[in-house]
Design a protein around this ligand. Structure first.
Ligand code: PEP
Ligand code: MN
Length: 353
């Protein structure tokens, strides 16, 4: 919809507007009220350049688009029928639990092997373990490629698919060469379009899944969904959206918990939503509440930092990893809540058709 500044455009202005929109295959339908005339755009109105050129006209106030700016990830896209399979699970049909250490400590691999086994026994579906870590300070532990062998060994021992974060092309290539099942794009790189494009290109002919975290500074939800569109545009639509809290933090929590955006995402995109309650609230004692809230909001899964002995962990583990015992209780509770929320999710889907 094009909203002019003036109540009625001059014939010259309207002719100019029609000629610009025609270049993008759009025809204009004037809608005249008692005082003013606005214009509906018939055709694909999502082109950024079209919007920029129309909004650049000094007699136009703004363009309101009805269609979502994303094409592949939209609910109406052909890809809406795409299903993402993780191990034996199909996202959207069964609740997915990703769990494991924030950081693999290469000096203490036995903790990761024990955590991996415990995650499996607690009912986890995917084993997470940070090989490389995005740290606020360059003096903090940055990760170590040696941890990749530990991750792969844990996969071999448990049979669980594995998830790890990559931050640059070198790490991406190493993770792909190792056959990592799920690549994590962290909150700090969620708007790194170069990395998103590279990942999209490089996973095109693979079954690899990407867990895209929500950037902590991201504003509009469309910005998040468009970031996932960069990956899917490479040809592999195995992209999962992962809200993990934003800034400014809620006083007392690590971030501002955002599991409540799940229904909003589900109205706009077909992409599965897996919540990270650990980075959201940032303290082990709060994590079970946020995890159950994620299921209550209709999420398709959770990603929970877990450690057999959190006080001996590194990175985020000492403060926010839950023990396997707590993970077991979380798994039991979220699965029960997930079943109870399915009826609400169906209503949500029907309401927006
Ligand atoms: C992590 O998963 O350990 C991590 C660093 O996450 P985020 O990118 O959400 O901060
Ligand atoms: Mn972490």
């Amino acid at each position: 919809m094009i909203i002019p500044k003036e109540n009625v455009l001059t014939p010259e202005q309207e002719a100019e507007l029609r000629s610009i929109t025609a270049e993008f295959g759009i025809t204009l339908q004037p809608i005249s009220g008692t005082h003013r005339t606005i214009y509906a755009m018939l055709g694909d109105e999502r082109e950024e350049l079209l919007i920029a050129r129309v909004e650049g006209l000094d007699y136009i106030d703004k363009v309101d688009t009805i269609q979502a700016p994303f094409k592949l990830m939209a609910k109406g896209s052909d890809l809406a029928h795409h299903r993402i399979h993780v191990g034996a699970k199909t996202l959207g049909e069964e609740f997915l639990v990703i769990a494991g250490q924030c950081t693999i400590d290469p000096r203490n691999p036995q903790y990761f092997y024990e955590t991996a086994q415990a995650v499996k026994e607690a009912g986890g579906d995917v084993l997470r373990g940070g090989v490389w870590k995005p740290r606020t300070s360059p003096h903090s532990y940055q990760g170590d490629a040696k941890a990749m062998d530990i991750l792969l060994e844990a996969r071999a021992r448990t049979g669980l698919p594995v998830d790890t974060e990559v931050m640059d092309e070198e790490q991406l290539d190493m993770a792909l060469a190792a056959g990592v099942d799920m690549l994590q794009v962290g909150a700090r790189n969620a708007l790194n379009y170069g990395l998103l494009k590279q990942i999209g290109r490089k996973i095109r002919d693979r079954n690899t899944i990407v867990l895209l975290k929500r950037g902590m500074h991201m504003g509009k939800l469309d910005e998040f969904i468009l970031a996932s569109e960069y990956i899917a545009a490479g040809g592999n639509p195995n992209v999962v959206l992962c809200p993990r809290g934003t800034v400014p933090a809620m006083d007392g929590y690590r971030n501002h918990p955002d599991e409540c955006i799940t229904p909003l995402l589900k109205e706009r995109t077909w992409a599965p939503v897996v919540i990270d309650p650990s980075h959201s609230v940032g303290k082990a004692a709060y994590v079970p509440f946020a995890a159950v809230a994620a299921a209550a909001y209709g999420a398709d899964g959770i990603c929970v930092e877990t450690h057999v002995n959190p006080t001996k962990g590194i990175g985020d583990d000492p403060k926010q990893a839950v023990t396997p015992e707590v993970l077991g209780r979380i798994v039991r509770d979220v699965r029960a809540v997930y079943q109870s929320q399915k009826v609400h999710l169906e209503h949500l889907h029907l309401a927006r058709g």
